[in-house]
Design a protein. Structure first.
Ligand SMILES: Cc1cc2nc3c(=O)[nH]c(=O)nc-3n(C[C@H](O)[C@H](O)[C@H](O)COP(=O)(O)OP(=O)(O)OC[C@H]3O[C@@H](n4cnc5c(N)ncnc54)[C@H](O)[C@@H]3O)c2cc1C
Ligand code: SF4
Length: 458
C-alpha cells in the first residue's frame, strides 16, 4: 500500500471514526507527519503536512500496531512463552502479592511501590540504560509527559498513577538504537509495542522490557479541571503540587494550591469517572497489560485494603522477571507471597468482568461495525448481564452529557463522594453473583479475523 492509502485507512478506521486509543505512536513513529493534540475526547493525532512516500514505512508500522484497530490477543499470546494460560489475566508464569520493603519507596508508590523498585534496580544493575516513564512536569503538575531517564532521583520520585489519557508512545522517536530501555505503560500501549517488537524485531529490540500497568478505567483531561472549578480554583496556575494517590494505600488525591490543600479519598473521587471516562477503556478487553513481560496492579482484597499498608498484585509473564523477583527477594528488597490464579482473578473480578465481558457487550450494543473487533468470541452471556451493561452505559451517557456535568457541578462534593462510595459497595454487592457466575459460565473461542490474517502474512 502507498503512504496515502495507508493514511486514508488509518483515518477512516481509527482517527475519524473516534477509535483512537491515544497511544501516541502516530507522533512517535513518524517524522513530523502527526502531532498528538489534546481534545475534549483525549489526545488525538493531528496531521501536520501531506503524507509522502518517505512516510510509507512508518505508516505501515503504525497501521500494524495501532491498538484502535484492535489487538488480536489470542493470536499474540501464543507468541509469548509464558507457562500458564489465562483468558482473564493473560498468560503468566507466577503471581504474587508484593510490596517494596524500603518504606520510602513503598509509601511513594501507587500500591506497593513495586514498579519504582524494579526500575531503580534495573538501572542500578545496568540491565537497561534508561527507563521510559510518564512523569509530572514539576513546574506545572497538571501536565504529564513521557520522559527517558536513568536518574535515580527522578525514578524514585516518579508520579503515582495518573488517571488521564496520555500519549506516552510519542516519545519513541527519541530512542537510540544502541541503548537498552524499559518501558512502563498502559495495556494498549504495551500491546502496540509488543506488536512492533514481534514484527520489527531489529528496530525495537532496544526496548528490552515491557512493564505493564493494570488499567480499568481512565479519564479525559477535563476531569481534574472540573474538580478544581467545582472547588473554586479557576486559575490552574495556582496548582503547586498534585498527587493522585497520596498517603497510605489506597491513598487520596491531594492538590496543593498557593492558598489551600485539597485531599479527597481515592474512592470518593471515583465520581469523576462516569463524567470523563475515556472511550478506549470501554472498548478494550485488556485489564492487566496481557502482552507485557510483567504486570502490576493494586491488590484489591478487603483484608489487605483494611491494613492500609500498600500491596501490589504482580504477574510475572517471563523467565527474566521470575528471576529478577527472586533476586530482589534474596536481597531483601521486596516482600512477596505467591498466590493462585483464582485468588488473583478474585481480586479484580468486577473489573475483569467489566473488561472481558463488558467490552464485548458494549461493542455489540453500540452496534457500530467500525469499533474494534477482537480475535475471540464469547459464549454464555446471560440476559441479566446484558441488562447490567445497559444500565452502566446509560449512567455513563447521562453523567458525561453537558446537563449531567452541570448537575454534578452543583451537587456538594462530600455528598457526591459519599454517594459514590456507597453506590460502589451496593452495586458490587448486588451485581457480584451475576458477574461472578457470569465469569464462570462464559466461554471464549478464538476466531481468525482480518487482524490475525494480516499478521500471519508477515
Ligand atoms: C489509568 C490507570 C488505571 C488503573 N487502573 C487500575 C485498576 O483498575 N486496577 C488496578 O489494580 N490497578 C490499576 N492501575 C494501576 C495502579 O494504580 C498502580 O499503578 C499499580 O498498582 C502499580 O503500583 P506501584 O506502586 O507498583 O507503582 P509506582 O511505583 O507508583 O509506579 C507507578 C508507575 O506508573 C507510571 N504511570 C503512572 N500513570 C501512568 C499513565 N497514565 N500511563 C503510563 N504510565 C503511568 C509511572 O510513570 C510509574 O512508573 C491503574 C493505573 C493507571 C495509570
Ligand atoms: S491509537 Fe495510537 S496508533 Fe492508533 S491512531 Fe491513535 S495514536 Fe495513532
Amino acid at each position: 500500500m502507498l503512504a496515502k492509502e495507508i493514511l486514508n485507512k488509518l483515518n477512516s478506521e481509527v482517527i475519524n471514526s473516534g477509535n483512537c486509543f491515544h497511544c501516541g505512536l502516530c507522533e512517535g513513529l513518524t517524522d513530523g507527519l502527526f502531532k498528538m493534540k489534546q481534545t475534549i475526547k483525549g489526545p488525538i493525532p493531528t496531521l501536520l503536512r501531506d503524507a509522502n512516500e518517505g512516510d510509507q514505512e512508518d505508516l505501515k508500522k503504525i497501521y500494524l500496531a495501532c491498538p484502535g484497530r484492535s489487538i488480536p490477543y489470542s493470536f499474540l499470546q501464543k507468541k509469548i512463552s509464558s507457562k500458564q494460560k489465562s483468558r482473564f489475566i493473560g498468560n503468566y508464569n507466577n503471581l504474587y502479592i508484593a510490596s517494596a520493603i524500603d518504606e520510602s519507596i513503598r509509601i511513594k508508590g501507587s500500591s506497593g511501590g513495586v514498579i519504582r523498585l524494579m526500575l531503580l534496580n534495573l538501572i542500578k544493575n545496568k540491565e537497561v540504560d534508561y527507563v521510559i516513564i510518564l512523569d509530572q512536569d514539576l513546574k506545572n503538575p497538571l501536565i504529564n509527559k513521557p520522559i527517558i531517564t536513568n536518574s535515580i532521583r527522578k525514578i524514585n520520585n516518579v508520579t503515582q498513577s495518573v488517571y488521564e489519557t496520555e500519549p506516552l508512545l510519542k516519545i519513541i522517536k527519541k530512542l537510540k538504537k544502541k541503548k537498552k530501555y524499559c518501558l512502563v505503560a498502559l495495556p494498549e500501549q504495551i500491546a502496540a509495542v509488543r506488536i512492533l517488537k514481534l514484527y520489527y524485531k531489529k528496530q525495537f529490540q532496544n526496548i528490552k522490557f515491557l512493564i505493564g500497568l493494570y488499567s480499568g478505567t481512565n479519564m479525559y483531561q477535563g476531569a481534574l479541571k472540573f474538580y478544581l472549578k467545582k472547588n473554586g480554583v479557576s486559575k490552574l496556575n495556582q496548582i503547586k503540587k498534585l498527587d493522585w494517590r497520596y498517603g497510605e494505600w489506597p491513598g487520596s488525591l491531594r492538590i496543593k494550591t498557593s492558598k489551600k490543600e485539597f485531599l479527597i479519598k481515592k474512592f470518593y473521587y471515583n465520581y469523576l469517572i462516569p463524567l470523563y471516562i475515556s472511550k478506549n477503556c470501554l472498548l478494550t478487553p485488556d485489564l492487566s497489560s496481557e502482552l507485557s513481560d510483567i504486570s502490576v496492579g493494586d491488590a484489591w482484597s478487603p483484608k489487605l485494603e483494611k491494613s492500609g499498608y500498600g500491596y501490589s498484585l504482580v504477574i510475572s509473564r517471563s523467565l527474566y522477571f521470575d528471576n529478577f523477583i527472586k533476586k530482589l527477594l534474596a536481597k531483601k528488597k521486596i516482600s512477596i507471597k505467591k498466590v493462585s490464579h483464582n485468588f488473583a482473578v478474585g481480586l479484580h473480578a468486577h473489573m475483569i468482568d467489566f473488561k472481558k465481558v463488558g467490552s464485548f457487550i458494549r461493542i455489540n450494543l453500540l452496534n457500530n461495525f467500525n469499533f474494534p473487533r477482537y480475535d475471540y468470541n464469547l459464549h454464555g452471556i446471560t440476559n441479566k448481564r446484558i441488562f447490567i451493561e445497559k444500565i452502566i452505559l446509560i449512567i455513563i451517557n447521562l453523567s458525561s452529557s453537558n446537563l449531567g456535568r452541570i448537575i454534578f457541578r452543583i451537587m456538594p462534593e462530600s455528598f457526591l463522594g459519599f454517594i459514590f462510595e456507597k453506590t460502589r459497595s451496593i452495586w458490587k454487592y448486588f451485581s457480584k453473583s451475576i458477574k461472578r457466575e457470569g465469569l464462570k459460565k462464559v466461554r471464549f473461542s478464538s476466531i481468525e479475523n482480518l487482524r490475525v490474517k494480516e499478521l500471519k502474512l508477515l
